[in-house]
Design a protein around this ligand. Structure first.
Ligand SMILES: Cc1cc2nc3c(=O)[nH]c(=O)nc-3n(C[C@H](O)[C@H](O)[C@H](O)COP(=O)(O)OP(=O)(O)OC[C@H]3O[C@@H](n4cnc5c(N)ncnc54)[C@H](O)[C@@H]3O)c2cc1C
Length: 458
């Protein structure tokens, strides 16, 4: 690998002609799309991977590639590349309360909890690997290709297995172009995987067909907004391994401030808050972050000698995986006849931690596992899509529900102060917190009123 390989272009091979047909078209080459294309190619499918960006490209993020991603990083054969590039090794998490109490939660087995590395690097590694695997089995990759339209076949739905499953039109392909004045190109496949992130055109088409615009009103409840910057020389955060930091701070609650070192003395520093809570503040995200860094004494001191990396200030949205009451498919419908959604396109970001990469990788693997090239040659059926979504919620529903509960608990300042203060002194609470990094049962305990009451009283 050349030095600073993430600044180099990625060779994506010969370009397909308009009208070409593939086994699977993947729209979007972020972690979700690159993983979907890679898993599909590893299973021998002919894939077309499309992204409107041209690598090298950045993505606004906190850059933490958490524990859930590790098995996928291994399976997709990118662990060595990742570890050979500059990164920070996560060994635990540090939380601080509005009162300023701090606790550190470390994995009890001392194992690595994940990496932090700029998305400029991580996405380069993932997309390059996807290109290699896709081209090896006769597929194609297009960079700089924007999908503008999702194509439907109104007549080919087949027998309707019941309301809510086979009721959407069949997706048959996509149309798009490589620039404003270029001719539109059309591609088709029995399965289209929507991995285009928060504004994925495939997700927009499915959401519009399913919810008929209703999602717009309810959107704020299930979205967060976040802002990130890179800083050099933040005091106490210049090592290449250690805990990542989450801070709850008076004046910006119930949002949280993070400091995630990326290695080499640089930190990803950001602020995230649910969209409905942002409305309670009369400042924008950048203003809230400036307030923390310039005016809150414990951070003002840590940033006194630090330098902002020019041009690194950016904000973006996070579509949360919080459960939607009354929905048949949780967190919201992520399939149609001929299509499945993965990652942010399927709204899978953890409502408490803001992590979305792990769930993007996991959903990509699951989606591909539900496709059978021989059986689905004439079109991916909605029943298989419903099974994918059920399997996804079986895997993620429990933790996403708990994370949503924890997110709501953090809206109470007294509870944050009490909880973090108590955890500093109480071994039992520290143990549950530590185990919650690995165990779903421990996460559930954290949201149990009985457990919290017992901790409060005794
Ligand atoms: C400020 C911030 C901090 C975050 N911090 C973390 C963190 O620390 N850890 C974590 O795990 N998660 C974090 N997240 C969430 C994480 O960034 C996402 O969950 C993750 O990027 C989802 O991956 P994805 O592949 O689904 O989508 P994306 O990474 O958004 O990739 C989508 C891709 O689709 C392409 N695309 C979009 N539209 C089209 C189109 N019309 N045609 C062709 N291509 C298209 C885009 O160019 C892009 O490459 C954070 C998010 C934000 C905003």
């Amino acid at each position: 690998m050349p030095d600073r390989f993430w600044e180099q272009p990625i060779e994506s091979g010969p370009q397909p002609t308009s009208g070409s047909r593939f086994d699977i078209i993947v729209v979007g080459g972020g972690p979700g799309g690159s993983a979907a294309a890679s898993y599909a190619a590893l299973a021998g499918h002919r894939v077309l991977l499309l992204d409107r960006a041209v690598w090298p490209r950045d993505k606004t993020c906190g850059d933490a590639v958490g524990g859930k991603s590790l098995s996928h990083v291994e399976e997709l054969g990118v662990r060595e590349r990742l570890e050979a590039s500059p990164h920070f090794s996560i060994t635990g998490v540090l939380f601080s309360s509005p009162r300023g109490d701090e606790i550190q939660v470390l994995r009890p087995d001392g194992m690595l909890s994940g990496y932090v590395l700029p998305r400029l690097q991580f996405d380069h590694i993932m997309f390059q690997r996807a290109c290699e695997l896709v081209l090896e089995v006769g597929g194609a990759v297009m960079q700089g290709f924007s999908v503008r339209e999702v194509l439907f076949d109104n007549s080919a739905n087949g027998p309707d297995p019941g309301p809510g499953v086979g009721d959407l039109r069949r997706v048959t392909g996509v149309a798009g172009d490589t620039g404003n004045r270029t001719k539109p190109l059309v591609f088709s496949a029995p399965l289209i995987i929507g991995a285009g992130g928060v504004r994925c055109p495939v997700a927009t088409a499915i959401v519009q067909e399913t919810y008929d615009g209703r999602m717009v009103d309810r959107g704020k409840l299930h979205y967060s907004a976040a802002f990130r910057q890179y800083w050099r020389n933040v005091r106490g955060a210049t090592a290449d391994s250690g805990p990542i930091e989450f801070h709850y701070i008076d004046g910006v609650l119930p949002g949280y401030f993070w400091i995630f070192p990326v290695g080499g003395g640089v930190c990803n520093v950001g602020f995230g808050i649910a969209l409905r809570d942002l409305e309670l503040h009369n400042r924008k995200l950048r203003g809230l972050q400036e307030f923390i860094i310039n005016e809150v004494p414990r951070f003002r001191d840590r940033f006194a000698q630090a330098e902002l990396v020019e041009g690194s200030s950016r904000g973006w949205q996070l579509p949360l995986g919080s459960p939607r009451p009354g929905e048949q498919f949780q967190p919201r419908r992520a399939f149609a006849s001929g299509a499945m959604l993965v990652g942010d396109a399927a709204s899978l970001v953890d409502p408490f931690t803001g992590e979305g990469i792990g769930n993007a990788l996991l959903s990509a693997k699951l989606a591909v596992a539900h496709f059978d090239r021989e059986v689905h040659v004439r079109g991916f059926p909605p029943e298989a899509g419903a099974e994918y979504q059920q399997a996804l919620w079986d895997k993620l529903g429990y933790e996403l529900r708990n994370s949503y509960k924890i997110q709501r608990l953090t809206r109470r300042r007294w509870l944050l102060n009490w909880f973090i203060g108590k955890a500093r002194r109480k071994a039992e609470l520290r143990r549950v917190l530590t185990e919650s990094l690995m165990s779903r049962e421990a996460q559930a305990q954290l949201t149990s009123p009985f457990f919290l009451l017992r901790q409060l009283l005794f």
